[in-house]
Design a protein around this ligand. Structure first.
Ligand code: SF4
Length: 499
């Protein structure tokens, strides 16, 4: 499954140093033709990728408000590119073999190039992709920056997934070039931070979520400084694993930290997946409803997730909205039929998304989309009036609203994923309700990894629950940890907290 490093591909090298599209020199007719296609409400490549994705969804997921197959083909992630981590979380979604694999920038970049080329060919342009291992900050900063640039070159919007235990100098080195100029205009980072983690500088073994609030704030402050120093803006997601031990602290984390600068709060109820040595009892008591109730308590309001759906709601609950001071106002009310109608108009008018497109091109495309479906204008105006009424009226300082998204992502237990994946591979349908549920969720998966060697898109549940152990055993052969005698530097020391 693991391949030897290959030289980077330049198949999609039509972007500038920020990863923005550039116009190639060619004849005027060819340029006009490209422009006409690029400013359509949806370009043919994205349209085909979305249609394929929609057809592959199970019946249970083909609902009004389904984003997969209409605006997105789903989120993506890297795998097997830097499996090692220097924390020891309980639970940990990576296999026990992960920490036997050396971090190797050349391997990372070659693998990312290969995986992104495949994702681009299967899923089209402008999809969100997580740069995830392992711990991303174990990469040399130059390699980390190169990895982000590679992902953007293939039309991906990368998000680095980290435990956040690095300093400003590391961050600066990732996002600037050798002449201290910005390499990117915007970056996205997801920071996993909670009491299930052991190893953080200054909070090695936190026993209460409150101990970590200052670390959460410090992480956001680094990006604020980055914007002041270099003009690089950021999108920051806060990730928290929820266990029976910290579920009572979910609401406090939201209340205490929503003003720190996070654009997303994402909660992962613990599941029996990944490294078995790190599992604890009681995960199955954490039902989605129980966790979501705590998230709602933190937001101070109910969080509707039925008007816009990302895959299967048994996997993902998402509420988009904004804070006005300490008051959170969801964008949509799924009990109001008029909001469902508005969603339908938006999806019809604006298929696909506008990510990683030139600004002028997007303006023209937006205009063409509105002309093609003009009813979206009054529908949006009526929705805006309802949104304001749901808040506290027109006299509120709406211009100071801070957009924040709440997410809950519930992984499937590894045993169920394995059984369901096997049936999917054989074209069979599960009979047992629990496995049928897993099968439907995998088929509607909103978070996949690309496997060009088998021509497969693999749900992250299957990657972590089934494929990671095999993949990491092979990687440990290809990239063994250095022995003490041959070690080159501190970054190659064996894991200080082996599993
Ligand atoms: S990775 Fe698993 S839990 Fe997440 S969307 Fe895919 S199937 Fe659902």
């Amino acid at each position: 499954m693991i391949q030897e490093p290959v030289p980077p591909s330049h198949a999609f090298a039509n972007t500038d140093r920020f990863g923005e599209p550039v116009v190639r020199r060619s004849g005027i007719r060819a340029r006009l033709r490209r422009y006409e296609i690029a400013t359509r409400p949806i370009d043919p490549e994205t349209e085909a990728a979305l249609a394929t994705r929609w057809r592959s969804l199970p019946e249970s997921a083909r609902v009004n408000g389904q984003l997969i197959g209409r605006r997105s083909t789903g989120c993506e992630a890297t795998h097997g590119v830097f499996p090692k981590c220097n924390f020891s979380c309980k639970p940990c979604y990576h296999s026990a073999e992960a920490n036997k694999v050396r971090v190797d920038g050349q391997h990372t970049l070659a693998e990312i190039d290969r995986q992104m080329a495949y994702l681009r060919s299967e899923r089209g342009h402008g999809q969100f992709a997580q740069l995830i291992g392992g711990e991303v900050s174990l990469l040399d900063p130059q390699d980390h920056g190169d990895a982000l640039a590679t992902m953007r070159r293939f039309g991906r919007i990368p998000m680095s997934f980290t435990h956040g235990d690095f300093d400003y100098d590391y961050l600066r080195a990732v996002v600037t070039d050798t002449r201290d100029r910005p390499r990117f205009s915007q970056v996205s980072f997801a920071c996993h931070i909670d009491t299930t983690m052991v190893g953080r500088s200054g909070a090695k073994k936190p026993s209460d979520e409150g101990e970590l609030h200052e670390h959460r704030a410090r992480f956001c402050e680094m990006f604020e400084r980055l914007e002041n120093d270099y003009g690089i803006t950021s999108y920051l997601a806060h990730n928290m694993t929820v266990t029976p031990a910290n579920i009572d602290k979910v609401a406090d984390v939201i209340r205490s930290c929503h003003g720190q600068g996070w654009r997303m709060f994402s909660f992962q109820p613990a599941a029996y997946i990944g490294n078995e040595n790190r599992w604890r009892d009681g995960y199955r008591e954490l039902t989605s409803d129980r966790v979501w109730t705590e998230v709602e308590a933190g937001a101070g309001t109910s969080l509707p997730y039925g008007a816009l759906q990302f895959g299967d709601t048994r996997c993902n609950r998402v509420t988009w909205g904004a804070y006005l001071g300490d008051d959170y106002v969801p964008l949509l009310d799924d009990t109001d039929e008029r909001d469902h109608v508005a969603v339908n108009h938006w999806m019809t008018a604006f298929p696909g998304n506008f990510a990683l497109r030139g600004r002028a091109e997007s303006v023209v495309r937006f205009g063409r989309s509105v002309v093609a479906h003009p009813i979206v204008v009054p529908a949006t105006a009526r929705w805006a009036a309802r949104f304001v009424a749901r808040g506290v009226g027109w006299r509120q300082r709406w211009w100071s609203a801070k957009p924040v998204t709440f997410v809950m992502h519930q992984f499937i237990d590894a045993a169920d994923s394995a059984a369901a994946w096997k049936l999917i591979q054989h074209g069979e349908r599960a009979v047992e309700p629990r496995i049928l549920e897993a099968q439907e969720r995998l088929e509607a998966c909103a978070y996949s990894m690309g496997h060009p060697e088998t021509n497969q898109l693999v749900p992250a549940c299957v990657q972590h629950g089934v494929l990671d152990p095999i993949e990491n055993r092979e990687l440990a052969q290809l990239l063994p940890l250095p022995t003490r005698r041959s070690r080159q530097g501190p970054e190659n020391l064996p894991d200080p907290m082996p599993t």
